[in-house]
Design a protein around this ligand. Structure first.
Ligand code: HEM
Length: 179
C-alpha cells in the first residue's frame, strides 16, 4: 500500500482545472446555450466556445486517467463506514466515466449535425434545433447525471473536511501535509 499522503501536483492541477471548466460548461450550457435558439446568429459563437472547451475537457480527462494509472497514488480515504468508503471509490470512477460520456455525446451531436464546418469554417447552416439527433438526448441526460454527481461529490468533500475534520482538501492541494 502507498505511503503517499496526497495526490501529485500534476493531478492537483488537472483536478482543479477540469473542475472549473466542467462547472462553467454546466452553467453556460444550461443557461446561455440551451436558451439561445439556433436561428439566433449568436448561437454560432456560443457553440464555438462550448465545443472548444468541451474538447479541452475531453482531452484533459483522458490525460488525467492515463496519468492516474501511470503515477503512484495515495490510498483511498477511509471512514468507519465501509459501505460509504466503497461508494466513495465508485463515485470517483463514475465522475470520470460521466465526464467522458458527456463530452463524447457532445462530439456525437457535432458530427451528426455537421457542426465543425458550420461553427469553425462558416460553411452551412444550423438545423432548426438538435432535438432530432439521438446524441442530443444522451448529452442532456448525461449532463443532468453529471451535475447531480458533482453536487454529491462537493457535499461529500465538505463533510470530510468540516465534519470528519480529516484534512481531505490537503490531499488535493499543492501544500504538503504536516505530519
Ligand atoms: C464535459 C463537457 C461538456 C459539458 C459539461 C457540456 C454541457 C452541456 C449542457 C449543460 C448543455 C445543455 C443541455 C441541456 O440542458 O439539456 C449542452 C448542450 C450541448 N452541447 Fe455540451 N457539454 C460538454 C461537451 C460538449 C462537446 C465536446 C460538444 C461538441 C463537440 C458539445 C455540444 C453540445 C451541443 C451541440 C449542445 C446542444 C445545444 C442546444 O440544444 O441548443 N458539448 N452541453
Amino acid at each position: 500500500m502507498s505511503n503517499l499522503k496526497k495526490y501529485n501536483n500534476i493531478q492537483v492541477a488537472l483536478h482543479w482545472l477540469v473542475a472549473i471548466l466542467v462547472l462553467l460548461m454546466l452553467f453556460m450550457g444550461m443557461t446561455v446555450l440551451e436558451e439561445t435558439p439556433n436561428s439566433d446568429p449568436a448561437k454560432i459563437d456560443a457553440l464555438r466556445g462550448h465545443m472548444t472547451i468541451g474538447g479541452i475537457i475531453l482531452l484533459l480527462t483522458i490525460v488525467r486517467i492515463i496519468w492516474r494509472r501511470a503515477s503512484e497514488q495515495p490510498a483511498h480515504v477511509t471512514t468507519d463506514n465501509p459501505l460509504m468508503d466503497k461508494l466513495g471509490v465508485a463515485a470517483h470512477y463514475a465522475l470520470n466515466i460521466l465526464t467522458l460520456l458527456v463530452a463524447l455525446s457532445g462530439v456525437g451531436i457535432a458530427i451528426q449535425a455537421g457542426l465543425p464546418d458550420i461553427v469553425f469554417n462558416g460553411q452551412g447552416t444550423l438545423p432548426e434545433d438538435f432535438s432530432e439527433f439521438l446524441p442530443r438526448l444522451a448529452h442532456g441526460l448525461f449532463v443532468k447525471l453529471l451535475a447531480a454527481l458533482v453536487l454529491l461529490h462537493v457535499i461529500a468533500a465538505l463533510y470530510h473536511q468540516f465534519v470528519l475534520k480529516d484534512g481531505l482538501f490537503c490531499r488535493i492541494s499543492f501544500r504538503n501535509p504536516k505530519d
